[in-house]
Design a protein around this ligand. Structure first.
Ligand SMILES: [Zn+2]
Ligand SMILES: [Zn+2]
Length: 436
């Protein structure tokens, strides 16, 4: 935490003016707290019928506000609050959560009432830096706005009760406005849309209006144009359930702009295993393709549940921007539920989605948590797949694994979910890359 104090003198001649006090927002700030103090009253001794009376007289009244570098009002609180905060996801009432971009911000002080001798206003700024943390979420959900059965508010509460930190709302061909989002403490809602076409489905994340006009298109060129517009408008684009038999993706992936592949859609089943293998082939040819997962939640059924699978992302904050940046970079792994099952990978401070220069003697440090008896930890690289470890019982496992050559490494944990049935992936990570 970093604290700065500014003392700003206001002469009485500036009474009734709005004054701006600039300050620099440090890079990578998650939260700023602004406290201000000044002498409010002056004691005036007065003659009384008996003895002496001291009158408390309001001599200064100063208002507070905050202005972002682009000149927009982040908030204003009159003289009613002595401390306010703004973070990337939350803020004091009267202020908006805001990305705390580095640059020159301004505290607005309104000199409503100023004493004859002027007033010193002490402004104390406390900056909390961002710290990286793992967040759990679901990038593929439907509500009543398409063919889900929950309102967005109900879905958001359901997500929080399941321990999720974020959801993307991705109704079929229905964009959604951030202003319509319910407030659920601890949950970040990401605007999205599942572009849904007879020839394929794709999620557009982080955007309210992906393209002009309507979703439909009867030619590949028109479809490509929708994707281009969405990309230009800032959408992160995921190709959904690409190999699904009735809803597979049939547009040309070499022509259409896209960023991510949804390799794990809904409950783990043979189609997802095929899709993971298809993605892995891309990795083997050196294509640095980032994968995502999503439950495609519509309602709770025997098979379908919210956050089955769960997207685990290593994010700098719980803001929409930081979560989507972590998704884009592949700083993520997928689990069958918001479980404790986790495997961290550390190669000289780098992890999933990162790139490291390869050298002889390089080691990958693995640390698996939440293992159940029989769980198998598998390592997949450009040469194939091998089981590194089978858990003898519940527990955690730690190991250093040599990185024998340039290429990539990714991890999977397989589990027997039902006795007698084949093992299935319970966890799948994005790759880390090793450059020549
Ligand atoms: Zn779909
Ligand atoms: Zn869907």
């Amino acid at each position: 935490m970093k604290t700065t104090e500014i003392i700003h003198h206001i002469p009485q001649s500036q009474q009734r003016q709005y004054l701006l006090v600039p300050f620099e927002m440090p890079a990578a700030t998650e939260r700023v707290e602004i406290a201000y103090a000044y002498p409010h009253n002056q004691n005036v001794p007065l003659e009384a019928q008996i003895g002496q009376f001291t009158q408390k007289e309001r001599v200064n009244r100063i208002d507070l506000g905050l202005i972002a570098p682009d000149g927009s009002q982040v908030g204003a609180s009159g003289s009613s609050r002595e401390v306010i905060f703004v973070s990337t996801t939350e803020a004091t009432s009267g202020y908006h959560p805001n990305p705390l971009n580095p640059g020159t911000w301004q505290v607005m002080i309104g000199a409503y009432v100023v004493a004859t001798e002027g007033v010193d206003v002490t402004i104390r700024l406390t900056f909390t830096p961002k710290t990286r943390r793992w967040l759990k979420g679901d990038l593929h959900t439907h509500t009543l706005a398409s063919d889900g059965i929950l309102t967005l508010e109900h879905l958001a509460r359901h997500a929080r009760e399941h321990g999720l930190d974020f959801i993307a709302v991705t109704d079929h061909n229905q964009p959604v406005l951030r202003a319509s989002f319910p407030k659920v403490e601890g949950l970040t809602i990401i605007p999205g849309m599942e572009w849904t076409h007879y020839q394929g489905h794709a999620n557009f994340f982080g955007i309210e209006k992906p393209y002009e006009g309507s979703f439909f298109s009867n030619t590949a060129d028109e479809a490509t144009n929708k994707f281009r517009q969405a990309r230009e408008n800032g959408a992160l684009i995921s190709i959904n359930h690409p190999l699904e038999s009735s809803f597979g993706f049939h547009f040309d992936l070499d022509v259409i702009p896209w960023d991510l592949i949804e390799v794990w859609n809904g409950p783990m089943r043979p189609r997802n295993i095929e899709t993971i293998a298809w993605w892995d082939q891309m990795l083997k040819t050196g294509k640095r393709q980032v994968a995502v997962c999503g439950s495609d939640y519509h309602q709770d059924t025997v098979f379908q549940r919210l956050a089955n699978p769960t997207m685990n992302v290593l994010s700098w904050s719980a803001s929409e921007g930081d979560i989507l940046e972590a998704v884009r970079a592949g700083h993520s792994y997928f689990t069958y539920s918001p479980t404790d099952l986790q495997v961290t990978l550390d190669v000289e401070g780098k992890t999933y989605g990162d790139s490291v220069r390869w050298r002889k003697g390089l080691e990958a440090c693995l640390h698996a948590f939440g293992l159940e008896a029989g769980d198998q930890v598998k390592l997949i690289d450009q040469d194939g797949e091998r089981t590194l470890f089978s858990a003898p019982s519940q527990g955690t496992w730690q190991a250093a694994q040599p990185v024998s050559k340039p290429g990539y490494i990714r991890l999977e944990i397989w589990r027997t979910f039902y006795p007698g049935l084949p093992m299935l992936p319970a966890l799948v990570t994005n790759p880390i890359w090793f450059e020549k």
